[in-house]
Design a protein around this ligand. Structure first.
Ligand SMILES: Nc1ncnc2c1ncn2[C@@H]1O[C@H](COP(=O)(O)OP(=O)(O)OP(=O)(O)O)[C@@H](O)[C@H]1O
Ligand SMILES: [Mg+2]
Length: 216
């Protein structure tokens, strides 16, 4: 009897590990950040410590965040660890909750939608928008680099609003200052990001990349 229970438990553990591996693969975590985790993030100053704490809390409180659709905006200067912390959250959600996560760049996402407008496109625009609406968490990097045209703003709004209506959280990453974000990606997108316990973190200090290269 105990043997049978052990076998069932072992089989469940194996299935869970296989699911985690599939979710990690589908998340599209760039190789550079595969090793990134909360433990390796150095709280280089009080603000960085606070950003780390908020991201850790976000991951710890995922079931509530997921239920309320609360996202996060990580914005500020280069090399301050915005991607490092976003990947840390993604990995934690996958490992602890087997959540589905997708990391993408804003340009890549807009290109994927625009590609559907060609006659030879394999997917329809609705299908591509659904691909971005499906994951439990969508992380969009490099917002603000390209956003000039109204078309691009409309595509971003369409995707984020679809997720918003389905109470699905999104994380936005940008080099813009919080005040510039609304201008660039649209006030309605930013406004939606603040709901469901969402918030904006500002990364205002110097680059860790330069600090790292001085150590070598
Ligand atoms: N506080 C930190 N502790 C440990 N590693 C860090 C820290 N901040 C950044 N890093 C590391 O420095 C590198 C750059 O960080 P990352 O790419 O996350 O920055 P970013 O804020 O997204 O920058 P950018 O705005 O230029 O895209 C990565 O290798 C990351 O792991
Ligand atoms: Mg980055």
């Amino acid at each position: 009897m105990a043997d049978m229970q052990n076998q069932v438990q072992a089989e469940q553990a194996r299935k869970k590990q296989a699911l985690i591996q599939t979710l990690l693969k589908n998340a599209h975590i760039p190789p550079r950040f595969e090793q990134a985790c909360f433990e390796s993030y150095q709280p280089v100053n009080a603000q960085a410590r606070q950003c780390l704490a908020v991201c850790q809390r976000y991951a710890e409180h995922w079931p509530t965040r997921r239920a309320q659709g609360g996202g996060l905006v990580l914005c500020g200067r280069p090399g301050t660890g915005k991607n490092h912390l976003a990947v840390s959250m993604a990995k934690s959600l996958i490992q602890t909750h087997q959540a589905s996560v997708l990391l993408t760049g804003a340009l890549q996402m807009i290109r994927a939608v625009k590609n559907t407008w060609s006659k030879t496109a394999e997917k329809t625009e609705t299908q591509v928008i659904q691909d971005y609406a499906r994951p439990d968490l969508l992380v969009i990097d490099e917002l603000g680099v390209q956003f000039g045209s109204d078309t691009e703003k409309i595509i971003l709004f369409e995707i984020l609003n679809t997720r918003y209506e389905q109470l699905k959280p999104s994380v936005l990453i940008s080099n813009l200052a919080p005040a510039e974000m609304a201008d660039c990606i649209g006030e309605r997108v930013m406004d939606r990001m603040q709901e469901g316990g969402g918030g904006t973190l500002a990364f205002t200090w110097g680059s860790y990349r330069q600090q790292k290269s001085q150590c070598v």
